[in-house]
Design a protein around this ligand. Structure first.
Ligand SMILES: Cc1cc2nc3c(=O)[nH]c(=O)nc-3n(C[C@H](O)[C@H](O)[C@H](O)COP(=O)(O)OP(=O)(O)OC[C@H]3O[C@@H](n4cnc5c(N)ncnc54)[C@H](O)[C@@H]3O)c2cc1C
Ligand code: SF4
Length: 493
């Protein structure tokens, strides 16, 4: 190990990586965090509800200083029964207990703030650099390769998100992408309404907000769930669809989002709003069975990269799990540095710590929620529903057609005109495979003409990874993130 080696290098400046960095730097470790986006949060997307309990342990009273949108004071759950929507409304859980508070957040703002806190604590942060490989010596991870340079560390923490190409590369995850039945694609729009309009339409005082989930009923498509979170002067609105359901869809994924928006009830809530951003991202939701090996010699896997997220129907969680995993991983690394032992048996303490925390029970709940949804039942919907309203279902007719180029035109991209980060086989012999990608891509970048010729343009890619999950080694010949600094730059997230 060279003299200028770090104690730890973290790949990925989302909530898992930032938390690990913050805690290790606070303990006096030399920490390098490498993020491929131009700033932390610029590649990250969430629905919007951060449960504060795990960050509270890292930065007590963070809510006083962090850029939060609104405190969640009300929850709503809409479930479709016999062609009717039944909506239950109730005060946000633990609204009287500070450790249970939750907040709507926009990741581009929130992660940026958190990254600044990390730098002030001593984390060396490099943004705009994609880590391409890990340095492995004698079977042990001892650094990273990024932008053609090697950087060394005693321990590497992989917090590189749901697609975690690096965990796959070093054999901690299966050599194939995650299975389509364990991954959900989420499409999200941030719509500006103005603070007064948000308050008025949702019946709030300033600062109060709602987390509203729609189970299986937001469009006329089975298996498509929806969410709505109120922000300060915007709403975060989106749909989610398990990737293995896409082959049987009779419409495209972007069309699902459009149908949701055009539902009369949703349409009235966002009327007059201005689209600020169109985003897509994957959510791991397989529970314990989809988790990779969490540690190896000199390496730990955190957050979404470790499959740590839970779609429970009445709520989606991943941010609090990412933060908890970051904190627990940091504590294990701090102890390892003291002992000067970085082998897998020492780092195994991380898995044990996760098992003893709320994370593993949450992952088990995620798994049973997924089983329920596969069996055609609602996930974990509340049993008593007291308010009901009729729901006019819209079919995907021409009037609803979605204009994706307009939506992408609102986004900020740093285009790489020369290097395609996704390469496709345009001569792939099976047209069904091509059609699948046309249906799946949230950015509608795949199309097939009447002669069966495939067209694909990687510019405009939202970097979600859905096409990789569905078709790697078939139509999709190779898939990577764009080079650091390039590609989508989320301003909301
Ligand atoms: C539509 C949707 C709705 C959701 N709703 C909620 C919700 O309401 N509440 C909730 O708690 N959770 C929710 N989640 C889940 C939650 O957003 C994630 O679980 C959480 O963001 C995971 O954090 P992370 O730090 O592990 O990963 P990420 O936030 O994805 O961060 C990974 C980081 O690694 C970087 N990176 C990746 N590869 C490299 C590389 N090779 N080199 C350098 N950097 C790299 C990325 O740029 C990124 O910044 C939702 C997710 C989605 C998609
Ligand atoms: S090309 Fe693939 S990674 Fe890019 S937006 Fe479409 S499905 Fe997602």
């Amino acid at each position: 190990m060279s003299e200028d080696a770090f104690d730890a290098i973290i790949v990925g400046g989302g909530l898992a990586g930032l938390t690990a960095g913050y805690v290790m730097a606070q303990a006096g470790l030399m920490v390098l965090l490498v993020e491929k986006g131009n700033y932390s949060g610029s590649k990250n997307v969430t629905g919007g509800r951060l449960y504060g309990h795990s960050l509270e342990k890292v930065i007590p009273e963070f809510a006083e200083v962090a850029p939060l949108e609104r405190k969640i004071t009300k929850e709503k759950l809409s479930v479709c029964r016999n062609g009717q929507i039944e909506t239950q409304e109730y005060p946000a859980s633990s609204v009287t207990d500070p450790s249970g508070y939750s907040y709507s957040v926009l990741r581009a703002k929130f992660d940026k703030w958190y990254a600044d806190e990390c730098e002030q604590t001593g984390v060396e942060l490099i943004c705009g650099v994609r880590v391409d490989d890990l340095l492995i010596r004698d079977g042990k991870a001892c650094g990273i390769v990024a932008a053609g340079e090697e950087m060394e560390a005693n321990v590497v923490l992989l917090a590189d998100g749901v697609n975690s190409l690096l965990a796959q590369k070093i054999g901690l995850r299966d050599s194939r992408p995650a299975a389509a039945d364990q991954i959900t694609v989420g499409v999200k729009e941030v719509i500006e309404l103005g603070e007064d309009v948000v308050n008025h339409r949702f019946g709030f005082q300033s600062g109060e907000g709602v987390a509203w989930m729609f189970l299986g009923c937001c469009t006329d498509t089975q298996g498509c769930d929806g969410f709505l979170y109120t922000n300060k002067d915007t709403v975060s609105l989106g749909v989610t669809m398990r990737v293995d359901n896409i082959p049987s869809l009779d419409k495209t994924v972007p069309q699902l989002m459009e149908d949701f928006k055009r539902n009369p009830m949703i349409a009235s809530l966002i009327e007059g709003g201005k689209l600020l951003e169109y985003a897509a991202h994957l959510i791991p939701e397989g529970g314990e069975t989809m988790m990779p090996k969490l540690y190896g010699d000199g390496v730990l896997v955190l957050g979404d990269a470790a499959g740590l997220a839970a779609n429970l129907g009445y709520t989606v969680r991943g941010m609090d799990l990412a933060i908890e995993s970051g904190r627990l991983a940091a504590e294990v690394v701090i102890a390892a540095i003291e002992k000067e032992r970085y082998d897998s048996s020492t780092l195994a303490a991380y898995e044990q710590a996760l098992k003893e925390s709320f994370v593993f029970p949450c992952m088990r709940e995620a798994e049973s929620s997924l089983k329920n949804s596969k069996a055609g039942n609602y996930r974990n919907s509340a049993s008593t529903l007291d308010e009901s309203m009729s729901w006019i279902l819209l079919s995907g007719n021409d009037a609803n057609k979605v204009n994706i180029p307009d939506k992408l035109g609102i986004n900020k991209f740093h285009t790489d005109e020369f290097n395609a980060h996704v390469e496709v086989d345009k001569a792939y012999p099976d047209k069904t495979e091509m059609d699948l990608l046309v249906r799946a891509c949230p950015a509608a970048l795949y199309s097939v003409d009447e002669k069966g010729t495939l067209f694909f343009d990687y510019l405009g890619c939202l970097e979600c990874g859905t096409c990789r999950i569905l078709s790697e080694r078939k139509v999709v010949k190779s898939w990577n993130y764009p080079q650091g600094t390039l590609g989508i730059e989320y301003r909301m997230g």
